[in-house]
Design a protein around this ligand. Structure first.
Ligand SMILES: [Zn+2]
Length: 120
């Protein structure tokens, strides 16, 4: 699902995309300047690898994701540390944003049940 950033207003624009067993449901809303707020719930089960033994495991996801999408280069003039993703084609590709969000979670540290017991 691709959204043209210029069309996003103060009225939340709902989206709902799926990737395998993951549901990414939320809205885009115009914030200020070049910034669009993305707010979404991430739910489902993600296949991840145990960081210790490499065993595949299912990680239950139930979290709220919130960041900004900048229409073009984002300059942090006020030095407020915002979580910003820059878009260079004036669109937000929700599927890609979901994919990179899942990639981030995958790169976290995960431990399967066996390794958890060893760590205790
Ligand atoms: Zn393990």
């Amino acid at each position: 699902m691709k959204v043209t950033l210029r069309k996003v207003t103060k009225t939340p624009l709902d989206f709902n995309v799926k990737s395998n067993e993951i549901i990414f449901k939320g809205y885009l809303q115009y914030h200020a300047g070049k910034l669009i707020l993305l707010h979404a719930d991430l739910k489902g089960e993600l296949d991840v690898e145990c960081s210790q033994c490499g065993e595949e495991l299912k990680l239950p996801l139930d979290e709220t994701v919130e960041f900004f999408i900048s229409d073009g280069i984002y300059e942090d003039e006020n030095n407020i540390e915002l979580d910003v993703v820059e878009s260079f084609d004036s669109t937000a590709n929700i599927d890609e944003l979901l994919a990179s969000e899942l990639e981030l979670i995958r790169s976290d540290y995960h431990s399967c049940k066996d390794c958890e017991i060893l760590n205790d």
